[in-house]
Design a protein. Structure first.
Length: 306
């Protein structure tokens, strides 16, 4: 059927009746690469399979609502159509068979004031993995907002935690932000940086969507601008739309050093492009160099008490 119709985008159920969806995807990406949007259940198993599919080269995914596929496709038709339109314009993720990247060297941190804030959307799960995997255990704290629905962010954090030297976890409201840890925004909750006395603290809230997203990258970046200022590094990765652009500008104005992923290494260049257009980006970087540039900026500046 694919040979006959030559589609621009393929939607693929992770749970196919007669064939394993991952096996099919792996063969497809090897023999006939094309943009694929996965259709996934909200179960723990479904989220793990979906994350593996994104590793194999799927561009994005959409969840099946609990009502059933017929009612769900009607209710979610606008979302699905948007995902397909985005996938049609996306650059296929580059799969790498090379071994895990070498861990970057980094001197022990003298201050817990330094931190890194990262925002991403379409194509971001793999981009975030590539950024976090080389980081040493002595890295500063990282706060990460990736556009994902509930039920997927915990599996995402657990998967990264197995691959990284740093500790990666789904963020919990009120917990202290510690060096050597990465905190992933839970699906459907905004992640913010806050303070409790001299310490950074995680704040989660159920406020309205910002730029149609909850969690929103703008919400995270604005809080980091307020509470960390020039002690922070901001990073915006691949994604559709403009979420994070104004928040990154606020970080830049507060003295933070800001980095955007370059177009050549993005699946979708929308979010980095918008951030660059606002004038809030200090440096545009290939994904392969992002980890190195983040740590270089952290090491290059003296921590200041805000």
């Amino acid at each position: 059927m694919i040979k006959k119709f030559n589609p621009q985008v393929l939607t693929l159920d992770v749970e196919m009746p007669r064939m394993d969806g991952l096996d099919f995807l792996e063969k497809l990406m090897r023999l006939r690469p094309m943009p694929v949007v996965m259709v996934s259940s909200l179960t723990g198993k479904g989220s793990e399979i979906t994350l593996r599919a994104l590793e194999l080269g799927a561009v994005d995914f959409v969840t099946k609502p609990q009502l059933g596929i017929r009612e769900g496709m009607l209710a979610y038709s606008e979302l699905i159509a948007e995902k397909i339109r985005t996938a049609a314009k996306a650059r296929l993720p580059q799969r790498s068979n090379s071994p895990a990247p070498a861990i970057l060297s980094h001197t022990p941190l003298l201050s817990s004031e330094k931190l890194i804030a990262i925002g991403a959307s379409t194509g971001g799960t793999e981009a975030i993995r590539q950024v976090l995997q080389p980081l040493p255990a002595t890295s500063p704290a990282l706060l990460i907002t990736q556009h994902m629905p509930p039920g997927f962010t915990r599996s995402f954090a657990e998967r990264l935690n197995k691959l990284c030297q740093i500790t990666v976890k789904e963020a919990e409201d009120g917990e202290r932000v510690l060096p050597g840890h990465a905190y992933i925004a839970p699906g459907d909750r905004h992640l913010e940086l806050s303070r409790s006395g001299a310490n950074y603290q995680v704040k989660l809230n159920d406020g309205p969507p910002v730029n149609r997203h909850r969690p929103s990258v703008d919400v995270l970046f604005r809080s980091v601008a307020q509470f960390a200022g020039r002690n922070a590094v901001g990073v915006i990765l691949t994604g559709m739309g403009n979420d994070g652009a104004m928040g990154m500008l606020e970080m830049h104005r507060a003295g933070a050093y800001t980095l955007a992923q370059n177009e050549a290494s993005c699946v979708v260049f929308g979010m980095p492009r918008e951030a660059i257009a606002t004038g809030g980006v200090n440096e545009v970087v290939d994904l392969d160099r992002m980890s190195q540039r983040m740590l270089a900026q952290i090491a290059g500046g003296q921590a200041l008490r805000i």
